[in-house]
Design a protein. Structure first.
Length: 605
């Protein structure tokens, strides 16, 4: 077996290299922090070669979680060879880590990635000269275009079998231990002096005027233009996904799944003389519940597409930068914006991406609050309430997302003041990647993966849950057996829901059906819509817009789905903090929903 470790700076294209070599479909984004834990795969065409993608790091100093993971892997697992992925557009930044890796004494190959992009910027690196100066094999590549990958792997195979003796003129022998601070400062200076000499010998930069990135950032990151631009961009995203286009497509798909497929299934079952209860279970329970959820797929797909487009373009990293000053006041980091935006797709990767936040208290607050943002599974709930009580107005979705942002900020103040202690504020340092033309292959893969995940849940968890809701809403316990319920309120579900509904009466939605939907939403938020698809439309459950909006806000902010709750537990790594997080979310949602219901009730529906 040959073990190859992929190591490099954030945003150097490591994950793209990993996907290309292994055939995996790991998430790729044009920002730092996409890979937050090690991932393993086997080389395509050769099961004997294992590729490990490690988190992006700038150095081997064990301060951040990513650095600790990488350092521990190199020490405990010691790969056969390192494939050091270097961003060819900024070799001087990447070479510091390269030198530290070389000092470890582990065989290594340098991969100058994104050389096509670098050369368009006028940056050319003489890989032969660099290889000769360091005595480390160097290969040019463009992983996005599939160029240079075979050469890199072959070089890694060869390097693993040969003695490794890099030329590090500033030291006498490989360093494997961390030094005292005074010696470390000297060591850092030695490395940078050596890198400066390497760059002079190997890289030629030619700059013709102001780059496109610099021109765009004058507007998108400008002092007075950054926030208006961000607001305009995100409004456009949600207008396209939840507005007329998304609503029209969702209505068409919903009609097809619920009406056409439901009727086709009913006719097919009648043709084989199926029992009435089985026909009702399949048509009203399974297709009626899961089909209603599937109907919102076009809106979600549009949302996923727009967010993936912005990330691959390089805009998401700018959002973290411009938000940092505002977020610091609320006990958060500018990097907290990234989990919030990712949470609009799914809460699980959002919670995981909080690992890039260095301060433990800010990281915990981000983990606890990021799922306040409406995820893709909550969008069907927003659309359902919007259609039933607000005539499908497109602005309902942005209001819900703004509510999520406000919930994060207010919670930041509360948790910062009452719960967590903070380190001294340190300067916010984050790499702003070059704007790149989005690679459609990455966009399509991201949209497909997220959309397929939604469909898979609708076709498994939601389908089973909808069938269970149909059964429990149609039958009652009669002595030691069960019998059909004359009214759904007398059913098992109706009795259970009525007991829970008491808790929600102060919020305006004390109906048993709303209570059951909320309870099922803890399993999967899409199932809220599935419940209404089985027991009756939202317009029959709520008295008016005040009750419906209170229900909507509570379910947007309360404890997230089971998968996201598990991710919160994993990241907090503490039963005490996990219990606190889930309890805080529900209590906060209850308080906000109560206030909103009382305020909205003042106005006529």
């Amino acid at each position: 077996m040959l073990n190859i470790a992929l190591i490099g700076n954030p945003n150097s294209g490591k994950t793209t290299v990993f996907n290309a070599l292994t055939g995996s479909k790991e998430y790729v984004g044009n920002r730092a922090g996409v890979t937050v834990e090690e991932k393993r795969g086997r080389l395509k065409g050769d099961e004997e070669v294992i590729i490990t993608d490690l988190p992006g790091i700038y150095s081997l100093s064990p301060y951040t979680k990513e650095e600790i993971i990488t350092e521990r892997y190199l020490t405990e697992n010691r790969p056969d060879v390192i494939l050091n992925v270097v961003d060819a557009s900024s070799p001087e930044r990447s070479l510091y880590l390269t030198l530290q890796l070389a000092e470890k004494g582990i065989p290594m190959v340098l991969m100058l990635n994104m050389t096509d992009f670098a050369e368009k910027k006028g940056i050319f690196t003489d890989e032969k000269a660099l290889s000769a100066l360091l005595n480390i094999k160097t290969v040019k590549a463009s992983a996005a275009k599939g160029q240079g990958l075979t050469e890199a792997v072959e070089a890694a195979r060869k390097a693993a079998k040969e003695p490794f003796s890099p030329y590090l003129g500033y030291i006498k022998a490989p360093r494997r231990d961390f030094l005292p601070p005074t010696d470390e400062e000297k060591e850092i200076k030695e490395r940078y002096d050596f890198i400066e000499e390497l760059i002079k010998s190997c890289a030629v930069k030619r700059k013709n005027g102001v780059s496109i990135t610099e021109k765009a950032d004058r507007v998108l990151c400008g002092k007075f233009t950054a926030f208006p631009c961000f607001f305009a961009v995100m409004t456009l995203v949600y207008f396209l996904s939840a507005g007329p286009i998304g609503s029209f497509l969702s209505s068409a798909l919903s009609d097809f799944t619920v009406d056409y497929l439901g009727e086709a299934a009913r006719e097919a079952l009648a043709a084989v003389n199926a029992a009435p209860w089985l026909t009702n279970l399949v048509c009203d329970g399974m297709i009626g519940g899961a089909g209603t959820v599937i109907g919102f797929l076009p809106q979600l797909t549009l949302l996923f597409f727009m967010l993936a487009l912005l990330e691959d373009l390089g805009y998401m990293a700018r959002v973290a930068f411009i938000m940092d000053r505002l977020f610091r006041f609320f006990g958060l980091s500018g990097k907290s914006v990234i989990p919030m935006i990712i949470a609009t797709g799914c809460g699980v990767p959002a919670v995981m991406s909080s690992r890039t936040i260095e301060d433990p208290s800010k990281r915990r607050i981000t983990v606890i609050t990021s799922t306040f943002m409406p995820c893709g599974a909550k969008l069907p709930v927003i659309s359902m309430i919007s259609t039933a009580f607000f005539e499908g107005k497109w602005w309902v979705a942005p209001i819900c997302y703004i509510s999520g942002v406000l919930a994060v900020l207010i919670s930041g103040i509360i948790l910062k003041t009452a719960v967590f202690s903070f380190r001294e504020n340190t300067p916010f340092i984050m790499e702003l990647p070059e704007y790149r033309f989005p690679l459609m292959k990455n966009i399509v893969r991201t949209v497909y993966d997220r959309s397929f995940s939604f469909v898979k849940r609708a076709g498994s968890v939601i389908l089973i849950a909808s069938a269970a809701v149909w059964f429990l809403s149609g039958y009652k316990i009669d002595g030691f057996g069960i019998s059909p319920a004359a009214d759904m309120s007398e059913s098992v579900l109706g009795v259970l829901g009525a007991g829970i509904a008491v808790l929600f009466r102060p919020l305006g939605f004390g109906d048993w059906r709303a209570a059951v939907a909320t309870l099922m939403g803890l399993l999967a938020k899409e199932e809220i819509v599935g419940v209404f698809g089985v027991v009756g439309g939202a317009e029959t459950v709520f008295k008016g817009a005040a009750e419906a909006f209170s229900f909507l806000i509570f379910n947007l902010l309360c404890t997230p789905c089971l998968a996201a709750s598990a991710a919160i537990g994993k990241e907090l790594n503490s039963l005490k903090w996990t219990a606190f997080a889930l309890l805080y979310q529900s209590c906060f949602a209850y308080a906000v929903s109560f206030v909103i219901y009382r305020i909205v009730s003042i106005f006529p529906n």
